[in-house]
Design a protein around this ligand. Sequence first.
Ligand SMILES: *Cc1c(COP(=O)(O)O)cnc(C)c1O
Length: 222
Amino acid sequence: MIIQQRLVHINTLIRRAEQQFARQPNAVTLLAVSKNQSAEKIREAFNAGQKCFGENYAQETLKKQALLSDLSIEWHFIGTIQSNKAKLIATHFDWVQSVNQFSIAEKLNHYRATFKTPLNICIEVNIDSSPTKSGVLVNDVLSLAKKIILLKNLRLRGLMIIPEKDNALNAFSQTQKLQERLIQLGIMLDTLSMGMSDDFEVAIESGSTMVRIGTAIFGERF
Ligand SMILES: *Cc1c(COP(=O)(O)O)cnc(C)c1O
């Protein structure tokens, strides 16, 4: 019940922000980040209408998927990709938002070959050029994007960022500009995965199409 109420509340805020910032109605998708949350809680959220879930750990997700196989959930991988998990990730997710090197993209493409549908991909951008963060530097995004769009089992959808807390506003608008530049150069991107619990409304102002929210839906992680 609590999860359902939190979802209603967050969805209301998202719809309000879309309106306030002159975005199309339903332009923004809520990704419920369910890492370290139980299968029961995911089921509760699904029953309340939530369809897209984000996970950070491949093996943890597989265990939960086994318990939730009766639900048609859209699974997004948003964690660090270890190359020895590329097969699990390519075959158990619909989206991978944290691609940050070509060798990983090639492996995902390889293991996705048995599927009819391509794997949706976002490039994770280190928008703050932070030495402690993963992601591709802004200047390297175009060349990586050009190589990824040639991989036929992948479908490049957009950019994902995890900005520094004190620079989020600037990071959102930089990411939006980067997306616009890439589109001008012929790279079709329809997704900007940016904005979390504390800052999703500002992210929506800057063109976010997917906000990633965990504890505000599920409560503290176990
Ligand atoms: C955990 C996580 C989130 C959600 O964080 P909360 O604090 O639980 O809302 C969003 N994006 C990424 C990439 C994460 O790893």
